[in-house]
Design a protein around this ligand. Structure first.
Ligand code: XMP
Length: 511
């Protein structure tokens, strides 16, 4: 899609580089992340208004350490190097980078020793977050030192004439209170970005572009019940109306009331056509007796594709397939060497084998931006603010084989957890909260009788982006109510446990 202005973020592999992109967007400036191997000619052809070089785990002296094309520094485009990005800038332009000995991890006090539009609004001393092994000992010719900390003699450097800036600390993290200000100073002040990238301008541009691309053609979309597919379909419907058909495959693995909600929300919306396929029986048959999580995901993914394909072929001529891919998916799948932890089979995420041309209108958006687009398109807040839900649904929250009976138990348990979390005002503070049905049974006493029932684990986590997460410190009174309701209202449950493991080492889901 064409954007009015672009900031190119060149990624050297630090774990939190997505945060830089988010912060840039928060300043109203559109940006994209490019892997450091991307040829410079490709980046410069997009006419970026500014370049940000991110942090990364390497030392500039390590064999095979990532580099940039020296042309980056000669293009007349303002460049901000962060951490490794700054060290690389210093190294490539003739400064001295010191290796390893005096690393700094955690909070530090930044002391200004020079002035620059980059540091406008900064106090003479303020807290910043450091995380580095190497450091710049001597800036390259033409650079001034603008700030230092106790352990880092060159914490900020600049060659204002060439528009080159480097900061050793991390402006993108919350522990650097002036970080947003610094990025805004660089983007809006130094690089002259207008900061006019908004959700409304995004919708306007996308609708025009989709309408032009689809022309008289027809498109099909899969609704999963989740936010991304709902927003993507609604956006495409705004552009092409009834030439979009949405297919909702009822696989029977959603939570209580969700099937009905999808139908209610999309039936007749903006003239789009909705086809509901009842495939619960087919999915449960395919999953019968399967306990292995990866096999469950594979079966669900494959069955989904088959059912979808059959329905789509009934529609006659279709040219386009709408996908709810969002930016974190794009960045993540572009990461080289990232190991496969789980097969993230997104139900609704279909392969390109249909011969259909993909429309992925949310490819460039972060989750919070997707929600804002959805709100502006008039989707119900309950749908937009819903916690993320895995594509394979309740199948990966029932440990062991899936049966209708176990699904009913988990649905009832999950409803109680959600109701209580919402009732206590915690829902909006959590990334996810849900129930998991364990494959063990446990002894209990009910009245005067011993019982031998099922165990439910309650999982509630806080997270920025699901890459890491911590278990939520829910009040004991809330946990007590959840536990009491689970054992009283769901007859099969005799024991409730609360999961207190962070991610890593655990994952958020149990399978
Ligand atoms: P984990 O369990 O890997 O989950 O810490 C991270 C986030 O991803 C969701 N998740 C999935 N989403 N298909 C999906 O679409 C999947 O197979 C899947 N597995 C986990 C999970 O709910 C959490 O938000």
């Amino acid at each position: 899609m064409k954007h009015r202005e672009l900031v190119a973020i060149i990624d050297f592999g630090a774990q939190y580089n997505q945060l830089i992109a988010r912060r840039v967007r928060e300043s109203g400036v559109y940006c994209e992340v490019f892997h450091h191997d991307t040829p410079w000619t490709e980046i410069v052809a997009r006419r970026p208004q500014a370049i940000i070089l991110t942090g990364g785990p390497a030392s500039v002296y390590a064999p095979g350490a990532p580099r940039v094309d020296p042309a980056v520094f000669e293009a007349g485009i303002p460049v901000l190097g962060i951490c490794y990005g700054m060290q690389l800038m210093a190294y490539m332009l003739g400064g001295v980078v010191g290796e390893g000995r005096h690393g700094e991890y955690g909070g530090a006090v930044l002391e200004l020793v020079g002035s620059s539009p980059l540091l406008e609004g900064f106090a003479p001393a303020q807290r910043v977050w450091m995380s580095h092994g190497d450091l710049v000992e001597k800036p390259p010719p033409g650079f001034d030192v603008l700030a230092r900390t106790a352990n880092t003699p060159v914490a900020v450097m600049a060659d204002a004439t060439r528009g080159l800036y480097g900061v050793q600390f991390h402006p993108e993290v919350a522990h650097t209170p002036g970080g947003r200000k610094l990025l805004a100073n660089f983007l809006l002040g130094i690089a002259g970005c207008r900061g006019d990238w908004t959700v409304s301008s995004f919708i306007e541009d996308s609708v025009t572009e989709i309408a032009a691309r689809v022309g008289d053609g027809r498109a099909v979309a899969a609704l999963s019940g989740g936010v991304d597919s709902a927003v993507a379909a609604t956006l495409v419907a705004r552009a092409i109306g009834e030439r979009l058909t949405c297919i909702f495959v009822r696989h029977g693995l959603l939570r209580e009331g969700e099937d009905a909600e999808v139908v209610r929300t999309f039936q007749g919306r903006q003239g789009m056509r909705l086809v509901v396929v009842d495939a619960e029986e087919r999915f449960l048959r395919a999953l019968k007796g399967v306990a292995d999580p990866e096999r469950k995901r594979k079966i669900i993914g494959e069955t989904f594709i088959r059912v979808f394909e059959e329905e789509a072929s009934r529609l006659g001529q279709v040219d386009f397939l709408v996908q709810g891919t969002i930016y974190p998916d794009v960045i993540e799948s572009g990461h080289q060497g990232a190991s496969l932890i789980k097969t993230h089979h997104n139900v609704g995420g279909l392969p390109e084998c249909f011969g259909l041309v993909l429309i992925e209108p949310l490819r460039e958006l972060f989750k919070d931006e997707v929600r804002r687009v959805g709100a502006e398109l008039g989707l119900p807040p309950a749908l937009l603010e819903r916690h993320p839900f895995p594509g394979p649904g309740l199948a990966v929250r029932i440990l062991g084989p899936i049966t209708r009976k176990r699904l009913a138990v988990l649905r009832a348990a999950d409803r109680i957890v959600t109701e209580e979390v919402k009732g206590a005002g915690w829902y909006g503070h959590l990334w996810q909260a849900f129930a998991v049905l364990l494959p063990v049974r446990s002894v209990g006493v009910m009245g005067d009788r011993r019982s031998y029932g099922q165990v439910v684990a309650v999982r509630a986590v806080q997270s920025e982006d699901a890459m890491t997460a911590d278990w939520a410190r829910l009040p004991h009174e809330l946990l007590e109510r959840i536990s009491a309701r689970l054992v009283n209202e769901v007859r099969e449950v005799t024991r409730v446990v609360y999961d207190i493991t962070p991610k890593p080492p655990a994952t958020i889901e149990w399978e």
